[in-house]
Design a protein around this ligand. Structure first.
Ligand SMILES: [Cu+2]
Length: 148
């Protein structure tokens, strides 16, 4: 029994080392995206991230709203899906330039969100009718992170 526990611990340590060797830039490209099972524009957004070099795992869930709340996003500011990229949360149809800026600048916030489903945003289709306002998720009052 003791031997088994040691073997498991050793395997975990080796796994951890391999992860560290891969480095932050490799890890940054891994995305887990939670969405409602029926959401089509969420799939389009996942494809948009893939087209921009990310590796995306899509996970359907019926718990998107509580998950988004738990990630620190007030109901009025939630996007239609919730992505975890590196140490950050990206909610909604956030343009990839802003995602990359987040991963490069690495600000001390939880992530960013583009509330709702603005027409013309990545994965949404249609014509853009107004600038997209992306907000910081920072544990307090949302601040504007980017206007695109
Ligand atoms: Cu959407």
């Amino acid at each position: 029994m003791r031997k088994t526990i040691i073997a498991v611990a050793a395997a975990a340590a080796i796994g951890g080392t391999a992860y560290l060797v891969a480095g932050p830039s490799a890890a940054a490209e891994e995305v887990t995206l939670y969405k409602n099972p029926q959401c089509g524009c969420c799939e389009n957004y996942a494809d948009y991230l893939r087209d921009n070099g990310f590796t995306v795992t899509v996970k359907p869930t019926h718990e998107l709203v509580p998950m988004s709340r738990k990630a620190g996003i007030a109901d009025d500011f939630q996007g239609c899906h919730l992505a975890f990229i590196d140490d950050y949360v990206v909610s909604g149809h956030v343009p990839v330039d802003t995602v990359n800026r987040l991963l490069t600048e690495r600000p001390n916030i939880k992530g960013v969100t583009l509330p709702g489903m603005p027409m013309g945003s990545p994965g949404m289709g249609g014509a853009k009718t107004e600038p997209f306002t992306v907000y910081e998720i920072n544990g307090g009052r949302p601040k504007v992170y980017a206007v695109e």
